[in-house]
Design a binder for this molecule. Structure first.
Ligand code: NOJ
Length: 500
């Protein structure tokens, strides 16, 4: 009789243990971006980016009047960053190339030797430690020289970006197998041009915002096609873009239409043309914006149409779906005469939609971010339902605090709760989530929030000339999850000091 009992017992243990396990091959990483960590803004032949110019000319636009001139000094401290990636046991490290460091003119006629070497060394050092480099080509830091020509509102940007991408693919494609063309076009187009709170500080909510959006989609597509035609066979890599999706849900059961519309303005603009079967702009949104533009007395829609040729250029230009995920909003139709907006955080005036949050979503330090872990699972299912059973790579997810404390229990809980939802998505909903990226590996420069907002698994001492980095409790937690490939890492309140 003792044998069956043992079998039952081990079966139960097996079920308990493996429910929390990630599938074999699931990858864990952490991310940063060039302007947010590198510093060395004017070292060697690097030219100015729009963020260099914006922070120097408009200190009042940044909460603590700081700049990214030194940031985490990763230009000099990159070996420490690689060490950290290795301490965490990361499978991959996501970082971005500063366009101005590699191509100081913005154009591909001149490639900086120092820029070339900097990224080459970083890539080699990661690979030596068995860490895969995941590289973003554009993370908000446009060369000012190209901004002077209209930047993302000039349709020629698609070619300029394509040339830049070609240089990066040819220099590093032998070693980099996962590329992100552009990061969060919603932020550098719609947030930036609607509010002016991001570089280049231009406010043009009607036209700038959506011209930029169209050109961003085209630029991504050009770069993807260049990889596909010139590099794929040789290097066998994968290319996509990193889209920031907010989860939107109806304020009550009558508000599904308002919710779908706002989701399409936020996400669909950068996903429908690329991932949907039909291509082009999300049809309902296109109709609504055309109508609104007419009401406002414009002769054409402020959402610039795609030609058939452009639609075909863009359609299907992905190898996986790249998702940055942080938070959620509710949506409802505005009442007659109700003031709506501003877009994109409080409401969508063009759609007459009001956005809010639910009382049980936990506010983080910044008013932008509310924790609602289940939203990640819902969002992953939304992607599958909209675009089919494709690989989804979570490229950012993280928690903001204003506190530099190393004992960041809130962040530990955030990661645990969100990773739980990832597991449910994979195991219960059958969504193909292939990887997860913590934002961020280290505290860094949070754009117009300067150094106040802290996202790091490691704290950075910005008063120290060496920018010393020290692991938080969340670093220990994440390292354990990675090591055990499981969420079954016991009591997170009792983390030992193994990383200290
Ligand atoms: C997304 C952006 O890609 C990154 O630059 C930023 O720091 C994080 N979100 C947090 O806001």
């Amino acid at each position: 009789m003792w044998l069956p009992k043992i079998l039952v017992f081990s079966a139960l243990v097996g079920v308990a243990c493996c429910k929390q396990n990630f599938p074999p091959g699931f990858k864990f990483g952490a991310a940063t971006a060039a302007y947010q960590v590198e510093g060395a803004w004017n070292v060697s032949d690097k030219s100015e980016s729009i963020w260099d110019v914006f922070t120097h000319d408009h200190p009042e636009a940044i909460i603590d009047r700081s700049t990214g001139d030194v940031a985490c000094d990763s230009y000099h401290q990159w070996q420490r960053d690689v060490e950290i990636a290795s301490e965490l046991g990361l499978h991959f490290y996501r970082f971005s190339i500063a366009w101005t460091r590699l191509l100081p003119n913005g154009f591909s006629n001149y490639v900086s030797e120092d820029g070339k070497e900097y990224y080459s060394n970083l890539i080699d050092a990661l690979l030596e430690k068995g860490i895969e480099p995941v590289v973003t080509l554009y993370h908000f830091d446009l060369p000012q020289s190209l901004q002077n020509l209209g930047g993302w509102t000039n349709p020629l940007i698609a070619n300029w970006f394509g040339e830049y991408a070609r240089v990066a693919f040819s220099l590093y494609g032998d070693r980099v197998k996962t590329w992100l063309t552009i990061n969060e076009p919603i932020v550098y187009c719609q947030v930036s041009y609607s509010t002016g709170i991001h570089a280049p500080g231009i406010v043009s909510p009607d036209f700038g915002s959506l011209m930029c959006s169209k050109n961003a989609v085209l630029a991504h597509a050009k770069a993807w096609r260049i990889y596909d035609e010139e590099f794929r066979q040789k290097y066998q890599g994968k290319v996509s873009l990193a889209n920031l999706l907010f989860w939107f849900e109806p304020e009550d059961e009558n508000e599904q239409e308002a919710t779908d519309l706002v989701q399409q303005l936020w996400s669909g603009v950068y996903t429908h043309p690329i991932f949907s079967k039909d291509g082009g702009w999300p049809p309902e949104l296109e109709k609504k914006l055309a109508e609104k533009s007419r009401q406002q007395g414009y002769t054409g829609s402020k959402l610039p149409p795609f030609t058939q040729e452009e639609k075909e250029l863009v359609g299907g230009t992905y190898d996986f779906f790249g998702l940055n995920f942080y938070t959620a909003r509710t949506a409802r139709k505005a009442q007659a005469g109700e003031k709506v907006g501003p877009w994109p955080f409080i409401g969508a005036p063009d759609l007459d939609v009001v956005m809010s949050v639910r009382p049980d979503w936990k506010p983080q330090a910044s008013q932008l971010f509310f924790s609602y872990p289940r939203a990640l699972r819902l969002q992953l299912s939304w992607v599958k339902q909209q675009y089919g059973d494709i690989d989804i790579f979570i490229l950012e997810n993280g928690f903001v605090g204003y506190d530099a404390d190393l004992n960041d229990q809130d962040r530990v809980n955030f990661y645990r709760d969100h990773l739980e939802q990832v597991l449910l998505s994979i195991k219960e909903d059958g969504v193909k989530v292939v990887g997860y990226t913590a934002w961020s590996m280290i505290d860094n420069y949070e754009w117009s929030d300067g150094y106040r907002s802290k996202f790091g698994l490691y704290a950075v001492d910005f008063a120290d000339p060496q920018r010393a980095r020290r692991p938080r409790a969340s670093a220990q937690y994440y390292a354990r999850v990675i090591k055990q490939h499981s969420l079954d890492v016991h009591d997170t309140n009792k983390l030992t000091d193994e990383l200290y």
